[in-house]
Design a binder for this molecule. Structure first.
Ligand code: GTP
Ligand code: MG
Length: 195
């Protein structure tokens, strides 16, 4: 999709703050610092519209980005961030779980993993959980600019093996620097949302 108009409609914590539109929604999930906000920016052709940071834990609310009055990207706080308190982590977990399990507008989830490393136990748990709820999932291995092209096949196999991929589970290798994989991600989003 050719994106010209985007706005941050709401940073929500409670379901009653979610937008009241019926536009389809695509959520982005993954560990803190994996690159969710960077992927959001790449998809909407902006540099730092969704705030990125080298400090993990930057995104702490569900951020609904209205794209062309057609769909929402929902940037979800990262999991696996050790520095937040246990209570905060539980509140985050509840907020994310409520959204992912109860939002009828949600059409699919983009789950990011760090392409430089094997998926972590948190990643495995998140993937299994999404699969259990039968949400359409696109796995994106990001920061792939840090990996030699000769290693791409190994990365793909590692991610598939660790997450115990469902049959036909799509996987895209992505870089926010080079924008590699961006068109594939958009194609998947268009398939899920019909935009
Ligand atoms: P939280 O909001 O804290 O959960 O983080 P996030 O998942 O939104 O990550 P964010 O997009 O803020 O990126 C974290 C750091 O990784 C930043 O320093 C980005 O510049 C860097 N980064 C993100 N994507 C890429 C990528 O594809 N390649 C490289 N080399 N760096 C990346
Ligand atoms: Mg973020």
């Amino acid at each position: 999709m050719n994106v010209n108009h985007v706005d941050l409609t709401i940073s929500a914590v409670h379901p009653d703050q979610y937008p009241s539109t019926d536009y389809p929604e695509i959520a982005l999930v993954g560990r803190s610092n994996v690159g969710k906000s960077s992927l959001t920016n790449a998809l909407i052709n902006r540099k730092n519209f969704a705030h990125t940071s080298s400090q993990p834990g930057k995104t702490q609310t569900l951020n609904f980005y209205n794209v062309e009055d057609k769909l929402y990207f929902v940037d979800v706080p990262g999991y696996g961030y050790a520095k937040v308190s246990k209570k905060q982590r539980e509140e985050f977990g509840q907020m994310i779980e409520n959204y992912l399990t109860q939002r009828s507008q949600l059409r699919g989830v983009i789950m990011l993993v760090d392409g430089r490393h094997a998926p972590t136990a948190d990643d495995v748990q998140m993937y299994q959980w999404l699969a259990y709820y039968e949400l359409p999932i696109l796995v994106v291995a990001t920061k792939i600019d840090k990996v030699k092209p000769s290693q791409f096949t190994r990365v793909q196999k590692l991610v598939k093996d660790k997450l115990e991929f469902q049959e036909k589970q799509p996987l895209v290798l992505f870089s926010a620097m080079s924008k590699r994989g961006k068109e594939d991600v958009w194609r998947w989003i268009e398939e899920q949302t019909g935009v």
